[in-house]
Design a protein around this ligand. Sequence first.
Ligand code: C2O
Ligand code: CU
Ligand code: CU
Length: 424
Amino acid sequence: TNPGSKTLQFDLTARKSILTIAGQKAEVLTYNNSFPGPLLEAQEGDQVMVRFHNQLQVPSNLHLHGIFMSPEDDKPHEVVAPGTTLTYAFEAQAGSAGMYWYHPHAHGSVTRQLFEGLSGPMIIRGPLDRIEPLASATEKVLVLHDIQIENGKVAPHEGMDWGRGKEGNLVLVNGESRPTLPIPTGLLRLRIVNASAARYYKLGVPGKKLQVIGLDGSFLEQPVSVDTLLLSPGERADILLEATEASTLSLLNLPYKRTPMGPSQDTPVEGALLATFEVQGDTNTVHLPEKLLEIPELNLATATDHKTLTFGATMQPLQFTINNKVFDHHRTDLSARADTLEVWDIVNPMGMDHPFHLHTFPFQLISLNGEPAPFRAWKDVVNVPANSTVRIAIPFRKYTGKVMYHCHILEHEDVGMMGNLEVL
Ligand code: C2O
Ligand code: CU
Ligand code: CU
């Protein structure tokens, strides 16, 4: 435990704001008049309270995405009326150091509220963040959030958008189009959140390996070196870049086809620039961390249940389903026993990708189409590619209660691709 643990209180006020976005004045939705919302930071051991004030004209609420917290305190079903306040509280637990984010979760209006600007980043720090080499790395939090502005307002969704997932023509990094960020030579630590409603990002930095040290709300066991990394909506990545000499590094969004329907028409050209890092200073050497977090290998032979969740859709009306059911807030779809391990197959027979998300309980990716996962990681969102099956294993520990699982393409969630799991 952390002897210096504190009680932290944050206030987030959702409201309409007029901001200048990529040179255009626009009416957007913000937390604390900021797009994206402010960075919330805590240390493992802290007690965290987030008071959410709804100054919108419509109901909303707040979900602390990825936090290992009691379902009772997550309360994504509970809606906050205009003009009222609701407090969300949790303890930042040992081992939970990682990247998180927050966004609205009022079923039926999540997509629009998020697309119009409501999301923000959150970091929990732990012992690994306080020692070298991470302690002296230059850290940049990058919130990726696309938007589309027409006549001073956020462009509306049209019929087709609810099926394919709307992508805005402006891809923003911390609310700016293609920012240039000066950084000193050394280790650069990028903490990236895909806070888009539907857009995927295939990240790459030409000439550099991405040294992935964390995904979602957890460190990996050791750095994993890759050329590109796909982030589906809701996913986060903690990436080190060895920026040892003065240079210009470009963070790109490389082509990736998540749906045969194609994204929205106005999508920027593929291979688009997200941000530029101007690396300045003397040449130096850097060290990558060798060992990060120990992640237990789950013994699947001890699993007490094996569930299959299959994605689907109906036309007229357009609805997306899990196991042929459209979300109903009053229905419990699945149950699990506390303190057991379960194995789930997430089956996607559709021609488009869907990112699967489970609240409260982190899981491990076991395989994709029977191919074992290349390394162990705790995840809370996993992309399920078109015509594919992903197998995950979930230890249900510590908490009981009702949690949600859903597709994190928020259009799909709003049109029914969500369910309730009760842990007993
Ligand atoms: Cu990011 Cu159910 O949420
Ligand atoms: Cu969530
Ligand atoms: Cu989906």
